[in-house]
Design a protein around this ligand. Structure first.
Ligand code: BGC
Length: 788
């Protein structure tokens, strides 16, 4: 038997209780360095007030990723030293153009910092972040981030607006695609990996990019899943769940943070001293700078907290150092300093923070970008994109077929395969949302990949568009880059006709692969909230019509959001969740369908049975009346009528957090624990692990497979009630057929603490129930007592 010991990195490296300014440590040593700060101060001394304020202004001069501020003359601003940063300006030629003005025409030669939404790759587009989280593989996130930084730097961009680490527990919110899903522990692990991949622990490397951790804070909890909406939650919930991934990213050295659009408990996040000064700077020791989200400083006027000058002042005093495309700092801050309404020292401190990052990035020494060859999707980059994509797919369902094994993997000998659906041959949609610099021409679709594998054994029908009616026609035009014109009238899709054609195609095949989903360019990402979560357009009818042929159907879902798959789960034998896979979509999906690669992804967010269950997540707080089937249900009697449940739907997810099948099977032994009783004082005194949960995991199937072993805890007697289960450890292990490995999870303060009623991290005498398994339904159980 192989013994494998996993050291799970502790969640945090700071003090146990809320740190004070005195105990503050600097997570990013480069930004805190004495030498760097001396350079910053020396420069600051030479700056006029207008030049200082200029460092705090950021404008978008390329395209817009939000409503534009006034049209400005950027060359002029740059020449006056009033343009500290730009976004959406891409490419060596354009960035160098502005940089030459800043470096050559201004008094102090302060370089411009160019930022961009590099979210899941820059030119080489990888799977969307939620998909990367489904790999439960920090190395995958690091790879995506690293390629993103390398390619961004080649385009003059030294600052990426990533990672987005908002906890997302409501898939109505379209921005769930940019998140790591619903769980604080998984999101924190991924947050650290994204930061590491972009910054490489050294901002000065020519291929490192400064990150912007966003959106601070709790943006993902927008009420009713509606984008930009208010957030209202307890401080306890905020700290224990929502703030954890941002904290992880800051502790990993994040150079900048982006404030969010939402208000939090009645105070807009962009003018929130509790978030931006108390927590971020005093408690976490953050030395980088805070940029507002797009226009968010100006939008404070809509939050009714004052007129332009007032909201700019409030934002700056709260801790927003840079105004993104708001056109307010640049126009109203200097005057208020002159009038004595804002202390100049506040401006100085904000400028210091911005300059620190510019110096750390080496922009003063290397302000320009050397023009390089045009981007090409090299075999090496394609291979990286494919490998990551293959790790992200989640096999949701895989039934055995009558008299045979499971439907997937498909046999190489299958005579005829029908590929059907609007996602089957759709280059644009494979890129996913937030692929601003991705070019669809580099995408290999599933149709191309299957054609290469099967030749004339592949049949194809598009079946329908992603949307019906005029919207469907417009979207199709967009996909093929054909704007509507008078000469070429819109061809409104004829769903009935195309579905009938698809049914005929299906009838000629032995197996049908259906590629359905959601338009990532239209329905996912920012400003893409949905009130329903089904397939759009006529896709559900298409699916039902094809299933009605009686042919075995494999459904490949290409949507980076938990969709409502209830009908499919009941009627389709095999379902593969493939998200938005990026430029290697086709080869990656094809490799998994035919078993060249064994799927190993696990859901980072619960899939609902019905949209009315949202927000749906496994780490629910307990109720006094848990319904049948709830994770927290104790043996008890009660009239089911009066339980916490829906009259018309189960409480449980259709596919729960952590879920994902494999082409092999894994069995779990009885978990053991090295120490069963630990005094509370001992736990409070150290960050070191104090006990270890061990479990044997065996591959009992016939092919090699990778399992994500997950550990969940429940604190059964805390002074503040705790979730029914919380993930506190995971490990990816690969096992050959018959192989067994012993996996160990260390437990200590980091895993056992919770936030007290006073919002301090603490541990109390209690019993922790502990489960280990392959999903949040894990059943193998042990326990740990923390004693007086
Ligand atoms: C988004 C941010 C993004 C910014 C710049 C905003 O609308 O919320 O996530 O980084 O635009 O494009």
């Amino acid at each position: 038997m192989l013994r494998l010991i996993f050291t799970i990195l502790p969640l945090a490296a700071l003090a146990c209780t809320t740190a004070t300014a005195q105990t503050r440590t600097a997570p990013n040593q480069q930004l805190a360095s004495k030498e760097l700060n001396e350079r910053v101060d020396a420069l600051l001394k030479k700056m006029t007030l207008d030049e200082k304020v200029g460092q705090l202004a950021q404008y978008s001069a390329g395209w817009a990723t939000g409503p534009n501020a006034t049209e400005l003359r950027y060359d002029e601003l740059a020449a006056k030293g009033q343009l500290g940063s730009m976004l959406n300006v891409v490419g060596a030629a354009t960035t160098n153009h502005y940089q030459h003005i800043a470096m050559e025409k201004t008094r102090l030669h302060i370089p411009i910092l160019f930022g961009l939404d590099v979210i899941h790759g820059h030119r080489t587009i990888f799977p969307a972040p939620l998909a990367v989280a489904a790999s439960w593989d920090a190395a995958a996130a690091e790879t995506v981030a690293h390629y993103g930084a390398v390619e961004a730097r080649a385009d003059g961009i030294a600052w990426v607006f990533s990672p987005m680490v908002d906890i997302a527990r409501d898939p109505r919110w379209g921005r769930i695609i940019e998140s790591n899903g619903e769980d604080a522990y998984l999101s924190s692990a991924m947050a650290r990996a994204w930061v590491k991949g972009y910054q490489q622990g050294d901002l000065g490397k020519p291929d490192s990019a400064a990150v912007s951790v966003k959106h601070f804070a709790a943006y993902g909890a927008a009420i009713a899943g509606r984008d930009y909406n208010a957030v209202d939650m307890s401080e306890n919930q905020l700290r224990q769940v929502y703030l954890e991934p941002y904290r992880a990213a800051v502790e990993a050295g994040a150079a900048t943070v982006m404030s969010s659009f939402n208000s939090l408990n009645g105070v807009p996040a962009t003018a929130n001293p509790f978030l931006l000064t108390q927590i971020l700077r005093k408690e976490w020791g953050f030395d980088g700078f805070v940029v507002s989200d797009w226009g968010a400083v100006a939008e404070l006027k809509n939050h009714s907290i004052g007129d332009g000058p007032t909201v700019a002042r409030k934002a700056l005093l709260a801790g927003v150092d840079m105004d993104m495309e708001g056109n307010l700092y640049g126009t109203v801050i200097a005057q208020q300093v002159r009038e004595g309404k804002i202390p100049e020292s506040t401006v100085d401190e904000a400028v210091r923070r911005v300059l620190r990052v510019k110096f750390a990035l080496g922009l003063f020494e290397h302000p320009f970008t050397t023009p390089g060859p045009e981007y090409a999707a090299t075999p090496e980059r394609r291979a990286a994109a494919r490998r990551v994509a293959e790790e992200t797919f989640v096999l949701l369902k895989n039934d055995a077929m009558e008299g045979a094994g499971t439907l997937l993997p498909l046999s190489a000998k299958t005579k005829k395969v029908a590929l059907i659906g609007p996602m089957a041959d759709n280059q644009r949609e494979m890129l996913g949302a937030w692929a601003v610099t991705g070019d669809p021409k580099y995408v290999t679709t599933l149709k191309s990949a299957l054609a290469a594998r099967l030749g004339d054994r592949l049949l194809y029908a598009r079946g329908c568009e992603l949307l019906s009616g005029e919207d469907g026609a417009l979207l199709q035009r967009e996909h093929f880059n054909e704007p509507p014109s008078a000469e070429k009238p819109l061809g409104i899709p004829d769903d009935a006709k195309t579905i009938a054609e698809a049914v005929e195609t299906a009838k000629q095949a032995d197996v049908v692969v259906m590629a359905l989903g959601e338009s990532s360019s239209w329905m996912e990402g920012e400003a893409s909230s949905r009130a329903t979560l089904g397939f759009t357009g006529a896709q559900e009818q298409l699916l039902e019509a094809v299933v009605a042929t009686g042919k075995p159907v494999v459904l490949v879902v290409l949507a980076t959001r938990p969709l409502e798959l209830k009908w499919a789960a009941a009627h389709v034998p095999a379902i593969l969740e493939a998200w938005s896979p990026g430029i290697e979509a086709g080869p990656a999906v094809s490799n998994v369908l035919f078993g060249d690669v064994n799927p190993s992804g696990k859901l980072p967010a619960s899939f609902p049975r019905a949209v009315g269950q949202e927000p749906l997540y496994y780490a629910q707080l307990p109720t006094g009346r848990p319904a049948k089937g709830d994770l927290s249900r104790m043996p008890q009697v009660g009239d089911e009528r009066f339980m916490s449940r829906y009259m018309d739907e189960d409480n449980a997810a259709l596919f729960p957090f952590g879920w994902g099948l494999s082409y092999t099977r894994f069995s779990y032994g009885q978990p053991t624990i090295s120490r069963t009783d630990i005094p509370v004082k001992e736990v409070m005194a150290t960050r070191a692990p104090l006990t270890t949960v061990g479990v044997d995991v065996k591959n009992t199937g016939s092919v090699t497979g990778t399992e994500v072993v997950q550990l969940y805890l429940r604190n059964t007697a805390a002074s503040v009630e705790q979730p029914v289960r919380e993930l506190k450890g995971f490990a990816r292990i690969t096992l050959t057929p018959g192989e067994q490995k012993h996996v160990e999870f260390p437990l200590g303060f980091d895993e056992l603490n919770f936030y007290s009623a006073e919002n301090k991290r603490t541990v109390e005498p209690t019993t922790y129930k502990i489960w280990v398994g392959g999903s949040s339904l894990a059943a193998a159980e042990t326990a740990l007592k923390v004693v007086e």
